[in-house]
Design a protein around this ligand. Structure first.
Ligand code: PAF
Length: 284
């Protein structure tokens, strides 16, 4: 496993790999790796000759009041994890290497579709977040070059925004969205789960329980609006704050009023100070 910190050096190394006919899979992360990331690495290892994982806590996607400073950075553990997972390259740039001119104006594309996808759900409560994600992912993809890109379905909106972004930019990148990995009791794996106390961890279980319960009820064609309100009431008994809880069209992320073939239920909740997101997809 090669650890590379310099963007140009990685660009050069991957160019050489591609010239030798090797296909490249790329898993972008912010570190604090868990089984969810590992499932992306496994998929990339299966489908490509070379797998590269980036670890970069991207400052431009955090709001001023968000958890950038306290975001976990267990670097040695992450590198052991990636070595065991047989990753070929780890890219760990500094903030200065990624943003040599300072924290650049985030990318905004006129006429592109992704800013529209970025408006609701998390975007409503994290203004600028997806511009920061789009900026860093564009930069990372320019560094890695042509690759298959692996993203987790837990970040429903991020996956939608990035999938649209690579289409809007006419790239030849293939985006692979892999299923959410859950703990045995249903909690979606997240780097932020480590912040939960035992009591918060127990209360956080309501999120997946209620999402899957709602999925069953929606499949029985009960009223979308009534079920949504009932689920929110139920969730409020366990979590400290429901930031949003929406039943949306998974293509447009616009809330749906009545049943349709494909729907997604997506939520963000605070348990203590920790913000957790989760979602389920419903195919009627
Ligand atoms: O999902 C994440 O960890 C980040 O948003 C990503 C895609 C690595 C961009 O910083």
């Amino acid at each position: 496993m090669k650890l590379v910190r310099d963007p140009e050096k990685l660009q050069r190394m991957l160019r050489e790999e591609r010239a030798r006919g090797k296909s490249v899979g790329f898993v972008p992360t912010m570190g604090a790796l868990h089984e969810g990331h590992l499932s992306l690495v496994r998929a990339s290892n299966r489908e490509n000759d070379i797998t590269i994982v980036s670890i970069f806590v991207n400052p431009t996607q955090f709001g001023p009041k968000e958890d950038l400073a306290r975001y976990p950075r267990p670097t040695r553990r992450d590198l052991d994890f990636l070595r065991a997972a047989k990753v070929d390259f780890v890219f760990m740039p500094s903030v200065e290497a990624m943003y040599p001119k300072g924290l650049a104006e985030p990318l905004k594309l006129k006429n592109a579709k992704w800013p529209r996808l970025a408006k609701g759900l998390c975007g409503k409560f994290r203004p600028g977040h997806f511009c920061g994600v789009a900026t860093v992912v564009t930069k990372l993809l320019n560094i890695t070059g042509l690759c298959r890109l692996y993203l987790g379905a837990k970040d429903l909106q991020q996956a939608a925004v990035i999938s649209q972004l690579v289409r809007d930019l006419d790239t030849d990148i293939q985006v692979r969205v892999m299923p959410t990995v859950r703990e045995k009791d249903g909690l979606a794996m997240s780097s932020r789960n480590r912040f939960l106390s035992t009591d918060e961890r127990r209360r956080a279980l309501a999120i997946s329980r209620i999402l899957f319960g709602l999925k069953r009820e929606l499949l029985r064609k009960r009223s979308v609006a009534t079920l949504r309100l009932r689920a929110i009431q139920e969730l409020k008994k366990s979590v400290d704050r429901v930031q949003y809880f929406e039943i949306v069209d998974p293509g447009t992320l616009v809330p749906v009023k009545k049943h349709q073939k494909k729907m997604a239920v997506a939520t963000a909740c605070f348990v203590g100070k920790t913000r957790l997101i989760d979602n389920v997809i419903i195919r009627a």
